[in-house]
Design a protein around this ligand. Structure first.
Ligand code: AMP
Ligand code: TRP
Length: 333
């Protein structure tokens, strides 16, 4: 089946190994399958659900595009654009917000996590964030949405919204109900400091993550300091439930080398950690350092990045404005 792919990444800076292995690497593989049509969006409207500095936001939008391109996305093969440049996203989000139920949104665990203890102070935007995400997806008739495990609940909400809209406006199959594409392995890359916490750009410790802009020395240093334990490297039979940091490093190694974790376990069974960490650093440097260098190069030419976004936004607008007009017609506008 030909797949229509849509996914988004927030331009909040510090894109890291979790974003790469959990999302972007997969975006590139999907793009390189000629049967797929792919749309990848820098979701800048989503990023302002928490306070942003205007100058830094602008820089982060460019850095996210640069990361896409440096990782292998190609604007001749995929539509690459930023969300705020295509007004249909905000328009559709309003209409879909009127179809969505408070009860559905109040179940979203990401809102609860992000809003923290003081929900009263969270922005309304943060609460309705998953509705905008649904608009993103539904405007392009996306059939498949590659995301990390943390976005699964938002995808389920998107499916509910699509079905309710189709039902309420008596338009069977009008909004296409999308499938999440969540990798079976490596969909949750964990912090280098705490194997129970997701690797995240908001973690105050830079040593908890490998940023896609880290240079060789920093990568080596971060892996040297990554948390492990005193037992030797595990084999196939060992239970890793109580050794999440070890499991995570094995996962990172396996994902970067495109091999099953079992193969990695067999490769390193019984070895000490410094041996494994050296190999892991070498592999990370081999894969990440060229991306980091390319990002730096691309960022030197801001106008080329802006041009990629402008051209991508034009192409995206062609799809999205048609769809939002059909939505408006169905609603009665
Ligand atoms: P975000 O940075 O939150 O916009 O996330 C962009 C994409 O990266 C989403 O598909 C996330 O699910 C994915 N992602 C973010 N952090 C991780 C992680 N630690 N492990 C795997 N995937 C992640
Ligand atoms: N909410 C997603 C995240 O934080 C980003 C996102 C916005 C997205 N719109 C999307 C992902 C549409 C997939 C499809 O990671």
């Amino acid at each position: 089946m030909n797949k229509k792919i849509f996914s988004g990444v927030q331009p909040t800076g510090n894109l890291h190994l979790g974003n790469y292995l959990g999302a972007i690497k997969n975006f590139v593989e999907l793009q390189n399958d000629k049967k797929n049509e792919c749309v990848y969006c820098v979701v800048d409207l989503h990023s302002i659900t928490v306070k942003q500095d205007a100058k830094i936001l602008k820089k982060n939008i460019r850095e996210t595009v640069a990361t896409f391109i440096a990782s292998g996305l190609n604007p001749d093969k995929s539509i690459i654009f930023n969300q705020s440049a295509v007004s249909a996203h905000a328009e559709a989000a309003w209409i879909l917000g009127c179809v969505s139920r408070m009860g559905w949104l109040s179940r979203m665990t990401q809102f609860k996590e992000k809003a923290g203890k003081d929900k009263e102070k969270a922005s309304v935007g943060l609460y309705v964030y998953p509705v905008l995400m649904s608009a993103d997806i539904l405007l392009y008739d996306a059939t498949h949405v590659p995301v990390g495990e943390d976005q699964k609940q938002h995808l389920e909400l998107c499916r509910d919204i699509a079905q309710k809209f189709n039902h309420d406006f008596n338009a069977p199959d009008f909004l296409k109900v999308p499938e999440p594409l969540i990798q079976k392995q490596f969909s949750r890359i964990m912090s280098l400091k705490d194997g129970f916490k997701k690797m995240s750009k908001s973690d105050p410790s830079d040593f908890s993550r490998i940023n896609l802009t880290d240079d060789k020395d920093l990568i080596i240093n971060k892996i040297k300091k990554a948390k492990t334990d005193t037992s030797p490297m595990p084999g196939l039979k060992d239970n890793l439930e109580k050794r999440p940091e070890v499991e995570n490093l094995i996962g990172i190694y396996s994902s970067l080398s495109n091999q099953k974790t079992d193969k990695t376990k067999i490769e390193f069974e019984g070895k000490n950690f410094s041996f494994f960490k050296n190999k892991l650093s070498e592999l990370l440097v081999e894969k990440i350092d060229p991306i980091a260098k390319k990002i730096k190069d691309l960022l030197k030419d801001e106008s080329s990045l802006d041009k990629i976004l402008a051209e991508g936004s034009n192409k995206a607008d062609n799809f999205a404005s048609k769809k939002v007009n059909e939505i408006k017609k169905l609603v009665g506008f």
